[in-house]
Design a protein around this ligand. Structure first.
Ligand SMILES: NC(=O)c1ccc[n+]([C@@H]2O[C@H](COP(=O)([O-])OP(=O)(O)OC[C@H]3O[C@@H](n4cnc5c(N)ncnc54)[C@H](OP(=O)(O)O)[C@@H]3O)[C@@H](O)[C@H]2O)c1
Length: 250
């Protein structure tokens, strides 16, 4: 028997992870490096990005502090990147805001980071041919794009629904270069993001009981999904939104 059989291996691949200074992005960067990938990491906070770099199995292929809503900083990031076999676009934010307070300005703020930033980065990675033939792009969407999973998430949910829509068109348009595009739609995952808002710890504990598998997600639950989508194990999968939510949306 072949002792080294592992269709999920990322050996020989170079992967970009955005939002790598925290939560799902950090865990994904670490997990990809442990699966054998060379990992390029980016986020705004240099100190926390450095902490991620120190936890990688091998030194980062690139490490760039950049605000992905800023065109010039995106240009600097692109200039620093090696050719890529994959990209996991995790950078994003959330807001809890009832629709009655969801002004155009609030939608713009949310869409800037959750929709326009990853779409523009994906567009440029493709157009500038930084994504190699056969590369895999993974976008971080959310079950909030399809389900009213918690009150006050309409603005956030809309940004993720829009991202999933572009994901499907990109999957079709990038397919001649055999570049795959998929998304992950997590339910609530225990990262700094969910503790920053207005929802109390008591409300979070109560909400977690709604998850059939008995808990909120952990960053590694999502990182493992990203590994599948980046690896050759998913080489016939594109245009798919992979729901990882402990059964919440059943
Ligand atoms: N946690 C959940 O329950 C959950 C559920 C569904 C989907 N998601 C999605 O998963 C992704 C990761 O979330 P998370 O829970 O890991 O959140 P997190 O711990 O707050 O991490 C967010 C990351 O995005 C980076 N970031 C934010 N704004 C940025 C900007 N303008 N430019 C560049 N980087 C930026 C942050 O780094 P810096 O601050 O250093 O820039 C950080 O590394 C997000 O897209 C989120 O919407 C999360």
């Amino acid at each position: 028997m072949e002792a080294t059989f592992n269709p999920f291996s990322l050996e020989g691949k170079t992967i970009l992870v955005t939002g790598a200074s925290s939560g799902i992005g950090r865990e994904t960067a670490i997990a990809c490096s442990r699966m054998g990938a060379a990992v390029a990491i980016t986020a705004r906070d240099e100190g926390r990005l450095q902490e991620t770099a120190q936890q990688l199995a091998t030194p980062p292929a690139a490490m760039v502090t950049a605000d992905l809503t800023d065109d010039d900083q995106v240009k600097q990031l692109l200039a620093a990147l090696p050719p890529l076999n994959g990209a996991v676009l995790c950078a994003g934010n959330s807001t809890t805001l009832p629709i009655q307070f969801g002004t155009r300005e609030k939608f713009d703020e949310m869409f800037d980071v959750n929709f326009f930033a990853p779409v523009e980065l994906m567009r440029l990675l493709f157009k500038k041919k930084l994504l190699q033939k056969g590369a895999s792009v993974v976008l971080l969407a959310s079950i909030g794009g399809t389900h009213s999973f918690m009150p006050g998430n309409g603005v956030y949910g809309a940004s993720k629904a829009a991202l999933n829509s572009v994901m499907r068109y990109a999957a079709r348009e990038f397919s001649p270069r055999r570049i795959r595009v998929n998304s992950i739609c997590p339910g609530m995952v225990d990262t700094p993001l969910i503790h920053r808002g207005t929802i109390t710890e008591e409300q979070l504990a109560e909400d977690a009981k709604k998850y059939p598998l008995g808990r909120y997600g952990r960053p590694d639950d999502i990182a493992n999904g990203a590994i599948y989508l980046l690896s050759d194990a998913s080489s016939w999968l594109t245009g798919h939104d992979l729901v990882i939510d402990g059964g919440f949306s059943i």
